[in-house]
Design a protein around this ligand. Structure first.
Ligand code: 13P
Length: 248
């Protein structure tokens, strides 16, 4: 059985004032039985990690460079994230793939570096609307999984997030049957490649998850949690999703 994880991705949102939400969140999730993760902008990781100490909240980055150090202006290495207090890092988010041209190969290299640095890699996959319309969703997801999850990896340090690009920030979500189809497919793909250990990999759904639709999504086969964007910015919304997952 995979452990359950509620993960929040703040994307490029939040300055010092937003840390007030962290105090409210840590207070609200005291009795959560699922794992809880927030991935703020890099500028807030260290302070958020300090605030999260002794609480149920874990803190993560939103990307990392495959190299440990060097002449890569503006980039952050996995070891730097770990040093700042991060335990996880989101990799291959569709916004990184689109804005920065990140390929599956690049994501696999980042994931290898993250796992080497002791981080848990939250690797994102998902089809565009055109791919869904062309009925190639399962092929796209399979090929992203095959290319983005590195070989010989420590599976205890891998989380997969299925985020259909057309469902991100749009208020639209796939049907529960569509989510089940993709999640069952991902589990089978991972089991074929990695064997029994694949059953312990948390498979998150992401894209317009909110307190009002979380329960039905968490009841779907092979959904072990969520990667939440907009609704993770407010402690009241995110803690509602955390308690729904705890009860699922
Ligand atoms: P929304 O929850 O805002 O749709 O974003 C999902 C996402 O991209 C999380 O990584």
């Amino acid at each position: 059985m995979a452990r359950k994880l509620a993960a929040g991705n703040w994307k490029m949102n939040g300055t010092t004032a937003a840390l007030a939400e962290v105090a409210a969140l840590t207070a609200a999730i005291g009795d959560a039985t699922c794992e809880v993760l927030l991935c703020p902008p890099a500028t807030l990781i260290s302070r958020m990690a300090d605030m999260a100490q002794g609480s149920h909240l874990m803190v993560g980055g939103q990307t990392c460079h495959p190299n440990g150090s060097g002449a890569h202006t503006g980039d952050i290495s996995a070891a730097m994230l770990a040093d700042a207090g991060a335990t996880h890092v989101i990799l291959g988010h569709s916004e990184r793939r689109a804005d920065h041209g990140e390929t599956d190969e690049a994501v696999a290299a980042q994931a290898g570096a993250a796992i080497e640095a002791g981080l848990i890699a939250v690797i994102c996959v998902g089809e565009t609307e055109a791919e869904r319309d062309a009925d190639v969703t399962l092929n796209v997801v399979s090929s992203q999984l095959a290319g983005s999850v590195p070989e010989g990896t420590d599976l205890s340090h891998v989380v997969i997030a299925y985020e259909p690009v057309w469902a991100i920030g749009t208020g639209r979500t796939p049907t529960l049957e569509q989510i089940a189809e993709v999640h069952d497919h991902m589990r089978a793909d991972l089991a074929e490649r990695f064997g029994n250990g694949a059953h312990d990999i948390p498979l998150l759904y992401g894209g317009s998850v909110k307190p009002s639709n979380a329960a039905e999504i968490f009841a779907v086969s092979n959904v072990d949690g969520a990667l939440v964007g907009g609704a993770s910015l407010k402690a009241a919304d995110f803690s509602g999703i955390v308690s729904t997952l705890s009860a699922a």
